[in-house]
Design a protein around this ligand. Structure first.
Ligand code: SF4
Length: 371
């Protein structure tokens, strides 16, 4: 059974992308006043007409966020375990045909990274790999988790889509959340960006949240890589995706991210880029539609931008990220997946948040209370 993926497959990309620009100012005002906004309200809030209502959207998003999350921002950091990849994605530095030095961390190297990350203050970790099932698959993940559980209270993972029973195994091994972004929900454009490997299979990826929900994963992360296709339509699909997970798998929390395409080795410029102002609009639209969803912002964004949107709707932020395996405990070069923009240390990011009256939270989960 794949009820979430089935509903997403039924949604008509062309119909949605035509109706969003037709939104009137009156319709935006109705969406802003809605008690329980639905997907049509979301479409109004990401429309060009809503750009003139950004201040009202930001004010509403801020109130909702503080009501549901207090002043807290959850701090996490990605740990890249491997940059091996058996896929060809045209926008990514790890793509199979790129002649970069490949590296998979040994268990000893993982422990060194864990110690370096703990020294930075983090208790909440996101594990990331390229997608290489044979060399970096379940046996490797389970071995790595046995090491990492000693150092961290909350573990998330962003790797290739897995089977339901594998997600259950990961959960038993200590994983609390899984992020699998669809990249783009536009099926035809998806095939133009994903040229070789298992990632070509659009439906297997789309059905991941159903497998995660059925595995009763505590947190499921969704999102579109902004810049691959029309951002307003892709984001509407991501919002629909979030609502469907809430509806069908209500035991799982949902997390939404807004990664914008970043320059990387061999990448091509994007024609569908979203501006800073539009990204603020999008974050506010998500917050208004999904008051309880975790909204996450990474170091792909600049320090200036992150400081400015931190109080509006975001509830989770990475800091001091290295996007290459081994980057926290040793100096490595030319291995990274993409360039980051916010190069501040974790304590500098935390201090900037505190200056705004926000409270950086390094640990909000005690393993002893895991259900
Ligand atoms: S986006 Fe993921 S699957 Fe595609 S090349 Fe990069 S690491 Fe591999």
């Amino acid at each position: 059974m794949t009820p979430v993926a089935d509903k997403l497959r039924e949604a008509d990309w062309d119909e949605i992308s035509l109706s969003i620009p037709a939104t009137t100012p009156h319709r935006v005002e109705q969406a802003l006043a809605a008690q329980q906004p639905d997907i049509n309200d979301f479409m109004a809030l990401v429309s060009p007409a809503a750009e003139s209502y950004l201040e009202a959207m930001a004010a509403k998003a801020q109130v909702i966020t503080r009501r549901h999350f207090g002043n807290t921002i959850s701090m996490f950091v990605p740990l890249y375990l491997s940059n091996l990849c058996a896929n060809e994605c045209t926008y990514c530095g790890f793509t199979m045909s790129n002649r970069i030095r490949r590296k998979t961390l040994s268990m000893e190297e993982i422990a060194l990274e864990a110690i370096a990350i703990r020294k930075m203050g983090f208790r909440h970790l996101l594990l990331v790999t390229g997608e290489h099932e044979t060399k970096v698959g379940m046996p490797y993940f389970l071995e790595a988790l046995a090491v990492l559980r000693r150092y961290f209270d909350y573990l998330m993972i962003e790797v290739q889509p897995l089977h339901t029973h594998e997600y259950q195994q990961l959960q038993q091994a200590g994983i609390d959340g899984v992020l699998v972004y669809q990249e783009t929900y536009h099926r035809r454009q998806y095939s133009q960006y994903h040229l070789r490997g298992n990632k070509k299979n659009f439906d297997w990826r789309l059905e991941t949240s159903d497998r995660l929900g059925q595995a009763k994963m505590q947190k499921i992360g969704v999102g579109a890589l902004l810049g691959l296709a029309d951002w307003r339509t892709d984001s509407t699909f991501a919002a629909m995706h979030t609502s469907l997970i809430h509806k069908y798998y209500w035991r799982s929390r949902c997390s939404v991210a807004f990664p914008r395409l970043r320059p990387c080795e061999g990448s091509t410029p994007s024609a569908s880029m979203i501006s800073d102002k539009q990204l603020v609009q999008l974050i506010c639209a998500h917050r208004i539609m999904h008051p309880q969803a975790e909204l996450s912002l990474s170091t792909r964004e600049s320090a200036y931008f992150r400081d400015n949107v931190a109080s509006l709707g975001v509830t989770s932020m990475s800091a001091a990220s290295q996007t290459q395996p081994g980057g926290y405990s040793a100096q490595t070069e030319h291995l990274n997946q993409f360039d980051t923009e916010d190069h501040r240390s974790a304590s500098q990011v935390a201090a900037a948040l505190s200056q705004q009256g926000l409270e950086p939270v390094w640990q909000d989960w005690l393993p002893g209370f895991r259900g």
